[in-house]
Design a protein around this ligand. Sequence first.
Ligand SMILES: Cc1ncc(COP(=O)(O)O)c(C=O)c1O
Length: 419
Amino acid sequence: MADIFERLLKNAGPLGQHRERAHGYFSFPKLEGEIGSRMKFRGKDMIVWSLNNYLGLANHPAVRKADADAAAAYGLASPMGARMMSGNTDQHEQLESELAAFVFKQDAILMNFGYQGIMSTIDAICSRHDVIVYDAESHACIIDGLRLHTGHRYVFKHNDLEDFEKQMQRATALIEKQNAGGILVITEGVFGMAGDQGKLKEIAALKNKYSFRLLVDDAHGFGTLGKTGAGAGEAQGCQDAIDLYFSTFAKSMASIGAFLAGDKAIIDFIRYNIRSQIFAKSLPMPLVIGNLKRLEMLRTMPELKEKLWSNALKLQAGLKERSFDIGKTDTPVTPVYMIGGVEEATAMVMDLRENYKIFCSIVIYPVIPKGHIIYRLIPTASHTDADIQETLVAFTETKAKLDAGAYKVEAIPDMAEKK
Ligand SMILES: Cc1ncc(COP(=O)(O)O)c(C=O)c1O
């Protein structure tokens, strides 16, 4: 018989195999200091482009005060128990109704984490006869939610409406053959890697042709898109057609938790059937009160979203002027596509950090195909013109070095934290 642990030690996985050289630098880096556009990494000041702190709320004095006051008043324990049993409060319900109103829905339910929330939502609403049709580039939490689904699922090519219709026809035919079940379509408001919006308007229009319910994960759109910040559905003028609207608080709200909004009767069904909430402790009071404060700021401080967009457009225009390929983004998420191997990418990241003081995330093989590198920059309302200009210079210079082969190294540089 095999020993499971022995197998794990033999093969650490596609990313884990690099951990001896990468840990603490390329993976699991430690950013220190107050959250903002400039933080410390290994003792050096860096311009940081890796945080989904879109509106700059993470370190806003009003947010810090609300969090601290709530923690002083309630501690982290309160309320004890799951909401259904003993952990419900007026403030939890107030946050739910304010969130629902903010995204133009009748009701909302809080979730402790977005990842678990989406998985558990899929589990709660789908029966074994239902068919799920989903975008190929869906976030891991959607993919894991599909693993809980005992019925069929069809994937459509990313944002490809022709393929979407093909999969809808297959799903419809299967439902007719089974003579049972319905179709749930799942996509995202903003795809967090490439920054392109999901084709919500076009999918919504196909409700005239096919029968389905639409669940949208708008983690990156909530607070950043739409006239009032209600997200990608508002931006595309189709919020009404989204049957279940989901967002995490982990991005524009710079917090923890998530919510799902929709028609009252359906949210009530989910409230009584979502296992990840029914069998888990309620969100702690400081998070609920802190999130109420953040939501108030989303509603009353449109200047934060305007600053985010002004920074995003300056960064993206600057990159395009310098002939960088930033793909199809139509949101603040700013990918920069380059060609190079894993080792080259790490050497370039090291140069960016050590010599240019730029801290940004890279995506490499096996997350994307071999030979490709994606730098992912997240502009926020906290970035300054100087941050953007210094970054543009750094990218121009390091890209020239990459093209000249200056980063060709044998192995990933050994930058692991030595204890
Ligand atoms: C698209 C998307 N959905 C869901 C999640 C998970 O949310 P949470 O961090 O609240 O678990 C994330 C990441 O935060 C995300 O990017």
